[in-house]
Design a protein around this ligand. Structure first.
Ligand SMILES: Cc1cc2nc3c(=O)[nH]c(=O)nc-3n(C[C@H](O)[C@H](O)[C@H](O)COP(=O)(O)OP(=O)(O)OC[C@H]3O[C@@H](n4cnc5c(N)ncnc54)[C@H](O)[C@@H]3O)c2cc1C
Ligand SMILES: *[C@@H]1O[C@H](CO)[C@@H](O)[C@H](O)[C@H]1NC(C)=O
Length: 478
């Protein structure tokens, strides 16, 4: 028999083992952003993969619609660029930051050096993109996708190793069990399995309320828009030929969105609408009037090393940051690229070697910092500045905008885009913004009031530290 025939027979036998006996090399719970990409990557390495998803219907959500250039690159590395085709995706060339009506354009930097083309992101309908990723998983001969809801992990009584997943499928009256030496939990922000295996719990301080604008006129085509005013930030970006997403951040207990004041709808109409660029207002108002307001919690969850043998936690189940900078999918795809390498058959011949998997996962925890900690810290710190709710933060917010106006943009946008993978660069720019803010404070203060300004500048500097250091420390934990 030729070697190709042998391989085909082996792969058919593995397929039958998955379908009939529910056994594989790896189980992945959740066919979302992280789960699908990992399933394809591991399948291509010759692993037998069972991908378990509670609903294979096209998701209709307001999340994961803007993919940074660093995420587009990771998708390319995974050989999944096709998933961005045929979904009416819109190219993203950078940002337009609007501060009390003043604009600054922040283009994405060149990908590799001055003569290369500028990096591009993509924005799209989340559901269409997920369906493409799922199609890629289904087309993979070593991956079997099953529609079923994971209800609990099955652990070996003595070793406490995770050896499988118990599921309930629609129409079945008995639970189904699936077995593999390795289980990856990628079940998203509300993960069912996190609380028993992750030391931290998500913290939510605000929600994004999503509106879909039809044929909106944005100030800059092919740019994400960030609107800064006296209110928390608003994001606007086109996600299809006719559709534009607006995400409005509303912190918990915001007075103008309280029930007494007419709730979220009144806040959108009375407070947010007038703060937007005039050209967007008609379509924004139409979207408010149409109703169909939806919201999602904006969570922060620091990553942690997993201590349960046989288990890996990935995606939003592992690590979340404020979606202001649209970094979640970029982190997820870069994580998959890194995992593919750390878990390759050359390094780990069989996933039954749980010790070796755990060791590689500890390496993963520290090595992913290069990109993940940049995106995590930047998202949280920038959110604090952009949602400024005290005077010191407002001084930093203004400093940040002036910093961009001075042309200091390549570093910050490179970090945000997921292209610069060096936490020290973020640190440097953050404190440059803090010092510029303080300098501006002195520049506008008449000489005789400088004693007061000195006092204020210490308060501003202290605020900058309070903004960033908790998130830096969160990244230093195991
Ligand atoms: C408001 C908001 C806006 C965002 N905008 C962006 C953005 O513009 N750009 C960006 O990069 N990121 C954005 N993010 C973050 C991004 O959406 C997430 O980081 C990303 O979707 C995480 O992927 P995931 O695979 O971990 O989870 P998901 O994509 O949520 O996938 C989880 C999957 O698991 C399935 N599942 C859940 N429980 C079970 C179960 N028990 N059994 C079987 N299946 C199950 C779900 O049905 C789902 O398909 C945003 C987040 C929020 C909250
Ligand atoms: C599927 O797995 C086999 C090993 O079982 C491997 O030889 C083959 O390359 C894989 N096929 C694809 C398309 O990933």
């Amino acid at each position: 028999m030729s070697s190709t025939t042998t391989a085909t027979i082996a792969s058919e036998a593995a397929e039958e083992r998955r379908r009939v006996h529910h056994q594989a090399d790896v189980l992945i719970v959740g066919a979302g952003i992280a789960g699908c990409a990992l399933a394809v990557a591991l399948g291509r390495q010759g692993r037998s993969v069972l991908l378990l998803e509670k609903s294979l219907k096209e998701p209709d959500r307001i999340i994961g619609e803007f993919l940074q250039p660093g995420g587009v690159q990771a998708l390319e590395q995974l050989g999944l660029s096709d998933c961005l085709e045929g979904i009416d995706a819109i190219p993203a060339k950078g940002y337009d930051v609007i501060y009390h009506g003043e604009h600054v354009q922040i283009p994405y930097p060149k990908e590799d050096g001055p003569s290369s083309p500028a990096a591009e992101g993509r924005s799209f309908h989340h559901g269409r993109f997920v369906m493409k990723l799922r199609e890629a998983a289904m087309a993979s001969p070593n991956v079997t996708v099953v529609e079923t809801t994971a209800t609990s992990l099955i652990t070996a009584p003595r070793t406490k190793e995770v050896i499988g997943v118990e599921c309930t499928s629609k129409g079945a009256d008995t639970p189904d069990c699936y077995f593999a030496p390795l289980t990856v939990v990628a079940d998203g922000y509300a993960s069912k399995f996190r609380k028993d295996h992750h030391p931290h719990t998500p913290k939510v301080k605000s929600r994004f309320w999503g509106l879909e604008l039809i044929d909106a006129e944005l100030p800059m085509k092919y740019h994400g828009h960030v609107v800064l005013s006296d209110n928390p930030p608003v994001l606007l970006y086109q996600i299809g030929t006719h559709e534009t997403r607006a995400l409005v951040d509303i912190p918990e207990n915001l007075p103008s969105a309280s029930v007494k004041n007419g709730g979220v709808k009144a806040h959108l109409r009375n407070v947010v609408l007038p703060s937007l660029p005039e050209c967007v207002q008609p379509s924004f108002l139409a979207a408010i009037e149409k109703g169909n307001l939806r919201s999602m919690p904006n969570s922060f969850l620091p990553p942690a090393t997993n201590k349960t043998p046989g288990l890996i936690i990935l995606g939003d189940a592992l690590n979340m940051r404020h979606p202001l900078t649209g970094g979640g999918m970029t982190v997820a795809f870069n994580d998959v690229v890194m995992l593919r390498d750390l878990l390759s058959p050359e390094k780990i011949p069989t996933f039954a070697d749980t010790d070796r998997v755990m060791k590689q996962m500890s390496t993963f925890h520290w090595r992913r910092k290069s990109f993940a900690s940049v995106i995590n810290i930047l998202a949280q710190a920038l959110y604090s500045l952009f949602a400024a709710d005290d005077d010191n933060l407002r001084i930093l917010q203004r400093g940040c905008f002036r910093y961009f106006q001075l042309g200091m943009i390549d570093g910050p946008i490179g970090l945000l885009a997921g292209l610069i993978k060096q936490p020290s660069v973020l640190f440097w720019h953050f404190f440059s913004v803090a010092f510029l803010s303080i300098w501006l404070l002195f520049a506008e203060t008449p000489f005789y009031r400088w004693p007061l300004a000195i006092f204020r500048s210490f308060a501003v500097f202290w605020t900058a530290c309070v903004v960033i250091f908790p998130y830096i420390f969160a990244e230093m934990r195991r």
